[in-house]
Ligand binder design. Structure first.
Ligand SMILES: [Mn+2]
Length: 313
């Protein structure tokens, strides 16, 4: 790790020394907070219904994409935004798009860190669910977290607690008439999707929505609205689907993660911003995050207006 910052060196030091009791206790506390938020249906300047979070436009917004166990990139971002000051102001929000774990070398410490952030700054931090946080519903090969937990603590007991935490993460976030956020992509054919997201019926429809939001990718498609994806789950969705979703949610741009890129990428003629925030397991790509002020959010017309606020780390 190469950083001169005191924060980074402190955090790196602690990452090797999380004891199982601390890990379990931060998970339990975070689970409690998420349960309370869901029960009360709200967080500071936000409403939570089912799998959705609605936010008023914050004073400052930071959005972080996939981390995949890359502790160094996560710390660089936290360091750059001066996280203690940033998050202590509950009119600021920091949204994580999911995929905290797997692939990188520090999944356990990344989990510990994001839980600590949520626990310490619960009014300012939103933790969303990625496909890697839905290994029960959609099992896949590259899920190495159970092994990593076992390596780290000498037991995989904590894994079931981690799964309980994952199940409480929300799947869609809306920033007041401006930005729609999901981890993967947009569902292609569910009737009344917003209602289903807010009041999940635990039927096939709920699972279908979850699969699409966590696994889908945008593509330019000719003559079809969607096609099967090459991934184990999910689909490719075309621009008509994106247009439809921006209309029904009355937003200007979709922000999502899920695909490696050089920090960010624009799709569907400026309607989608893909953010990617790690590079440990993706040396050919870059890690970036979005940091934008209230007045700039208020004036966005599309994803290009967000792209000028991306910072690479
Ligand atoms: Mn993903």
């Amino acid at each position: 790790m190469h950083s001169d910052s005191k924060l980074c060196s402190d955090l790196i030091h602690f990452a090797d020394k999380i004891n199982p009791y601390e890990f379990a206790s931060i998970l339990v506390e975070t689970i409690d907070i998420l349960k309370k938020e869901r029960k009360n249906g709200k967080m500071y300047n936000g409403t939570i219904k089912g799998n959705c979070t609605w936010l008023k436009t914050p004073d400052n917004l930071v959005v972080v994409g996939d981390i995949h166990g890359d502790l160094e990139s996560l710390y660089k971002i936290l360091d750059e935004i001066n996280f203690e000051t940033f998050l202590a102001n509950k009119n600021n929000k920091m949204i994580f798009l999911g995929d905290y774990i797997d692939r990188g070398s520090n999944s356990v410490a990344v989990l510990y860190t994001i839980c600590m952030l949520k626990q310490t700054f619960s009014d300012s931090v939103i933790l969303m669910r990625g496909n890697h946080e839905a290994s029960e519903e959609f099992p896949f090969k590259s899920h190495d977290l159970p092994e990593k937990i076992n390596e780290y603590f000498g037991t995989d007991k904590m894994y079931s607690l981690v799964l309980s935490f994952f199940r409480l993460l929300t799947v869609m976030t809306l920033v007041e008439d401006k930005i729609l956020l999901v981890h993967g992509g947009l569902p292609v054919h569910v009737s009344e999707p917003i209602k289903e997201m807010c009041y999940p019926t635990n039927t096939n429809n709920t699972l279908l929505l979850l699969e699409d939001m966590l696994w889908n990718d945008p593509r330019m498609l000719d003559n079809t609205t969607w096609e099967r994806s090459r991934r184990p789950y999910g689909k490719h969705f075309g621009m008509t689907i994106t247009q439809k979703w921006l209309e029904i949610t009355r937003t200007k741009a979709l922000v999502r993660g899920h695909e490696p890129c050089k920090g960010y990428r624009i799709d569907h003629d400026g309607r989608i911003l893909t953010l990617f925030s790690c590079k440990e397991s993706y040396p050919k790509f870059e890690a970036g995050y979005l940091k934008i002020k209230n007045k700039d959010i208020s004036s966005i017309q599309n994803a290009d207006d967000l792209a000028c606020h991306i910072r690479l780390v």
